[in-house]
Design a protein around this ligand. Structure first.
Ligand SMILES: NC(=O)c1ccc[n+]([C@@H]2O[C@H](COP(=O)([O-])OP(=O)(O)OC[C@H]3O[C@@H](n4cnc5c(N)ncnc54)[C@H](O)[C@@H]3O)[C@@H](O)[C@H]2O)c1
Length: 253
């Protein structure tokens, strides 16, 4: 067998947002690298579809709405009982809303913070408190380049992503004694259902400008999942508390 420090054989990885886009690609690629995958998302039909796209066996899913922060502890307890300990967690569940700050309602930014940031915080807290993560596990949160740059209409979304990047530094320090690594991946524009919906709302000129911002063109979900695979694998055992920008060169201009 060839030497491959990036493989995920004998690892069990929890993936939220696994029914679509980046999360679905992460789930598929984790299974291709040998992992057993535990999927979490809201839509049962699409979870079934993701399950059917996975390689290998032993995968399962949990239909769950991450708005229900108070129910997360029960979900994690159930996962521990059903599948045992985990070796990795990818938080790819997320929502986006583009609206000038003055039009945002409290419920808008509360919702963004809840799904994008607070649910990942609560999951990591429960994983740690209930001892669900094995030693040398890896946690990856999907943030966004909005965690490091500004864009009009995205103040609340950016806040939810920036919060992740700030929180993982302290989390990484707290979990380092168990050799658990915690990192963020911050993608630029990736063609997923979420992004397609947004791009359709742009006029021709805005769309052209957006496209021209990416020296390497727009990204695909595999560009993000490949980075996640690396951060979930033993190859990244000495990397923690970092925010990795995956944006085809957008932020270097
Ligand atoms: N697509 C991009 O260009 C892009 C760029 C930067 C960051 N991101 C981030 O990547 C992540 C994935 O985005 P995507 O483009 O794949 O989106 P997507 O809409 O294709 O997928 C989002 C996933 O999150 C899940 N989800 C949403 N709300 C949920 C809730 N309340 N409870 C449980 N699951 C919920 C959905 O079921 C779905 O599986 C998001 O956090 C997004 O902010 C995306």
């Amino acid at each position: 067998m060839c030497y491959n420090p990036f493989q995920l054989r004998d690892k069990t990885i929890l993936v939220t947002g696994a029914s679509s886009g980046i999360g679905q690609q992460c789930a598929i690629d984790c299974s291709r690298m040998g992992a057993r995958v535990v999927l979490v998302a809201r839509d049962e039909e699409r979870l079934e579809e993701t399950l059917s796209l996975l390689e290998g066996s032993g995968h399962c899913y949990y239909k769950f709405d991450l708005n229900c922060l108070e129910e997360i502890e029960k979900l994690i307890e159930k996962i521990k009982k059903d599948v045992g300990r985990l070796n990795g967690f990818v938080h790819a569940a997320g929502i986006e809303k583009t609206l000038p700050m003055k039009w945002l309602k409290v419920s808008d930014y509360e919702g963004l913070l809840r799904v994008n940031f607070l649910s990942s915080f609560e999951i990591i807290k429960c994983l740690a408190r209930l001892g669900v993560l094995n030693k040398e596990s890896h946690i990856v949160l999907i943030a966004s380049i909005l965690s490091v740059i500004g864009r009009k209409g995205l103040a609340a979304y950016a806040a939810s992503k920036g919060a992740m990047v700030a929180a993982i530094r302290a989390m990484a320090l707290e979990l380092a004694s168990k050799k658990i690594c915690v990192n963020c991946v911050s993608p630029g524009t990736i063609l997923t259902p979420m992004m397609q919906k947004y791009l359709l709302s742009l006029d021709e000129e805005e769309y052209k400008k957006r496209l021209e911002g990416f020296p390497l063109g727009m990204g695909e979900t595999v560009d993000v999942s490949n980075m996640c695979i690396y951060l979930l694998s033993d190859a990244s055992r000495w990397i923690t508390g970092q925010n990795f920008i995956v944006d085809g060169g957008y932020t270097i201009k």
